[in-house]
Write a protein that binds this ligand. Structure first.
Ligand SMILES: [Zn+2]
Length: 461
């Protein structure tokens, strides 16, 4: 078995690993590169390998940095199966369509303003084709993806439907196995179950390393921190603006706001989900209550988790813009998660210079994104082409991260090693170099052989 690291190598986006065995080629993920717009666009347009070589795609979860180039694959003629869990399939249907719509919209906007614009990476018809080619598979059961190559999923505890992937290849009577962690979640996150490290003995582990150089605050501390930010901002008469990933983070924040509201720990403040995608994703959550971690639900009726008095959803762009003229404290949750697009931009344009407001960062912010510039508290931000002074408070809640921290990653890997006596190496992916280097040092001290492969480098088992 040979593995080529075609994406998320020495960086966090564009997840894609090519597995070649038995004369067959299988892609693990086919994600979008994000960040610096022009660089990312150039990388996105290059296929990880010739499309006619690909026999199957195995998807770990629905986040765009793992799934977002699938429509490009179908637009270039890929007609084979795309395996995923049922919840991932349902989430991808809305997320990839949304991604296609954004690209078509951006292209039309730029050309209408006579600005140079590359054609959209793909269109709605391409994301619709992905939907047709997706095949749902349950957790834990082996399934064949190509002759001599089979796969099974375990729960990665990262977002609804997320998985770690075990790939087994048999060539000439010799069997080899790899475990791809994909994105590993946190223990104790609301709604989402805890990560389940694979127990199949493996020769190689490909592990994410997003937070390889830090520990998060605990989930409970994050909830207290959230309550404090809301109390303080409300007392100032300001707004809390939360750029949030539409899938996962938005639902976890809403869940905790529900808990805090019921417990009387935050004042009655209107909460607005200003993201059609988050609203659609919430509907997918409500269809999959059987997947919830039910040990800590605040209400008996799980379907009512995302329905309470102070919570409203906007649908149209006009409703979203009308929020700017409303007076009084408010909590606005809007995409995109790294403030690179979406409705959060016009809220930042109107709200970032008001010292009464708080911009609450609840997820990882990659290099070269507006979200990262907010985390760095740069004095001026460029938002929708205009310069805005950053005078709002900036609060960072790492406890809501959907990613394991360095201690949790090491614990996950230790659990895998327990059942993998032949584990020879660990390849770190999905991390920026400082995080990878720190994690390498930490894991090497525990006796692991660790590397952080460069883009398109290969490992043979
Ligand atoms: Zn993810």
């Amino acid at each position: 078995m040979q593995i080529e690291f075609a994406g998320a190598a020495r960086e966090v986006t564009g997840s894609c690993h090519i597995v070649r065995a038995n004369g067959r080629t299988v892609l693990l993920d086919c994600g979008l590169f994000q960040g610096h717009r022009r660089d990312a666009d150039a990388k996105n347009r290059v296929m990880p390998c010739p499309v006619d070589e690909i026999d199957a795609v195995v998807l770990s979860h629905a986040h765009l940095d793992h799934s977002g180039r699938l429509p490009l694959l179908t637009s270039r003629g890929y007609s084979g199966p795309i395996y995923a869990t049922k919840a991932t399939t349902e989430l991808c249907a809305i997320m990839l369509a949304d991604s296609a719509r954004i690209q078509e919209h951006d292209y039309l906007f730029l050309t209408r303003h006579q600005r140079p614009a590359a054609p959209p990476l793909y269109e709605l018809k391409d994301s619709a084709r992905v939907e047709e080619q997706m095949r749902s598979r349950p957790l834990h059961e082996w399934f064949d993806v190509a002759p001599g190559i089979r796969v099974r999923y375990t729960d990665a505890g990262h977002i609804l439907g997320s998985t770690s992937v075990i790939v087994e290849a048999t060539e000439g009577g010799k069997m080899s196995r790899l475990i791809f962690s994909a994105d590993v979640g946190r223990t104790g996150l609301p709604i989402i179950r805890d990560p389940e490290p694979p127990i199949d003995p493996a020769d190689l582990v490909i592990m994410e390393s997003t937070y390889g150089n830090r520990d998060h605050e605990s989930v409970a501390a994050a909830r207290d921190h959230l309550a404090r930010v809301i109390r303080e901002t409300s007392a100032r008469g300001g707004r809390v603006l939360i750029p949030a990933f539409a899938v996962g983070r938005a639902q976890e924040i809403v869940y905790d706001l529900h808990v805090l509201t019921r417990a009387g720990q935050i004042p009655a403040t209107p909460i607005v989900i200003d993201s059609p995608l988050a609203t659609a994703a919430t509907a997918v959550f409500e269809k999959n209550v059987d997947l919830y971690d039910q040990s800590e639900a605040p209400v008996r009726d799980l379907k009512a988790l995302f329905q309470f008095e102070s919570l409203t959803h906007t649908t149209t762009a006009d409703e979203s813009k009308a929020l700017n003229t409303r007076i009084g404290p408010m909590i606005i949750i809007a995409g995109s998660g790294m403030a690179e697009g979406g409705r959060i931009l016009h809220h930042l344009l109107h709200g970032a210079s008001n010292p009464r407001n708080t911009i609450l960062i609840v997820g990882f912010q990659a290099e070269h994104t507006l979200g990262r510039r907010i985390v760095e508290k740069q004095r001026e931000l460029r938002v929708l082409g205009e310069l805005v002074e950053l005078r709002a408070q900036v609060e960072i809640l790492n406890g809501y991260s959907a990613h394991a921290d360095r201690t949790e990653l090491a614990r996950w890997l230790d659990a895998v090693r327990k059942t993998s006596p032949n584990l020879r190496q660990v390849c770190l992916v999905h991390g920026e170099p400082p995080a990878q280097d720190a994690l390498t040092e930490q894991l090497a001290a525990k006796g692991y052989v660790v590397s952080s492969p460069a883009p398109h480098s290969k490992v043979t088992l």
